[in-house]
Design a protein around this ligand. Structure first.
Ligand SMILES: [Zn+2]
Length: 276
């Protein structure tokens, strides 16, 4: 699944190719990706140009002249630029014909991805975007307001971080890496964490995400970003996927457990549950 650093890589790659291009037509073999009547969608976006591409959490914002196309890649969504339509496959569900003769094509084997169109500047009125917390790698996070929210959450810290509602941008890989660095057990209840521990989580989340963004994300199992851009952060993973390997800090074997149904890696010695 593409996480924040992978989406950032997709954004930066697409930006160099799309800015200034006008949408000439839209072909949608599987229009359910678009959360709007297809004809209305076409009327609004045709003849609009791409003026910017931004990212919030794992959402891509394609900014047009009057509208913003908000795209979530979910499990396996990818964008390709095609020279002609004969290159497209049966997994390409929404295709934008561009003024330079190329095609921006949305590829999604599992069809879980979404595209929503809003007036430019109204991105945060979308329910899906509005419910996201602040970005985990942004500067100057107000620790006390995060502490108050964590304090009320009687749930494992890993599940709380994955649901994106307080901090957004940490998916399965980066939560495991962040909690390892902060020496917090993934099943620790968020409400048991003190201000120092939450500060540690936030500082390490920023280090992990910033480093992963610098390295172009992680190419792992099913996900490879568009254009064959491979991330290199997988070489930096300390616990995720490292079951039975020695912990890089203490040498104890890394364990794999399930937290909220998600495969979770930890060092049982560095990340002990608190005794309350
Ligand atoms: Zn350890």
């Amino acid at each position: 699944m593409p996480e924040l650093p992978e989406v950032e890589t997709v954004k930066e790659t697409l930006k160099t190719r799309l800015i200034g291009q006008k949408i000439k037509s839209v072909i949608a073999p599987y229009p359910n990706i678009i959360k709007m009547n297809l004809e209305t969608f076409k009327q609004k976006v045709i003849n609009q140009s791409f003026t910017d591409i931004r990212r919030y959490g794992k959402y891509l914002f394609f900014v047009l002249n009057d509208y913003t196309l908000v795209s979530h890649l979910r499990m396996e969504g990818k964008y390709f630029l095609r020279q002609d339509l004969s290159q497209t496959t049966k997994h390409e569900h929404v295709i934008f014909e561009l003024s330079n003769g190329e095609y921006l094509s949305y590829h999604d084997v599992r069809k879980f991805g979404t595209m929503e169109l809003v007036e430019k500047g109204k991105e945060f009125t979308l329910l899906s975007v509005k419910k996201l917390g602040i970005e985990a790698n942004q500067k100057d996070i107000d620790i006390n307001s995060i502490f108050k929210k964590f304090n009320k959450a009687n749930r494992p810290i890993k599940s709380l971080l994955l649901d994106q509602s307080i901090l957004t941008g940490l998916g399965n890989i980066y939560v495991d890496e962040t909690l390892f660095r902060a020496k917090i057990h993934p099943q620790e209840l968020a409400s048991n964490l003190n201000v120092a521990e939450i500060t540690d989580i936030i500082e390490n989340a920023k280090i992990v995400l910033d480093k992963a963004i610098k390295l172009g994300g992680t190419t792992i199992r099913t996900y490879q970003s568009s254009f064959g851009v491979d991330g290199r952060f997988q070489n930096e993973l300390k616990v995720h996927t490292m079951v039975n390997k020695p912990c890089p800090v203490c040498g104890t074997k890394i364990e794999k457990i399930k937290v909220g149904g998600r495969g979770t890696y930890l060092c049982p010695n560095c990340q002990k549950r608190k005794e309350l």
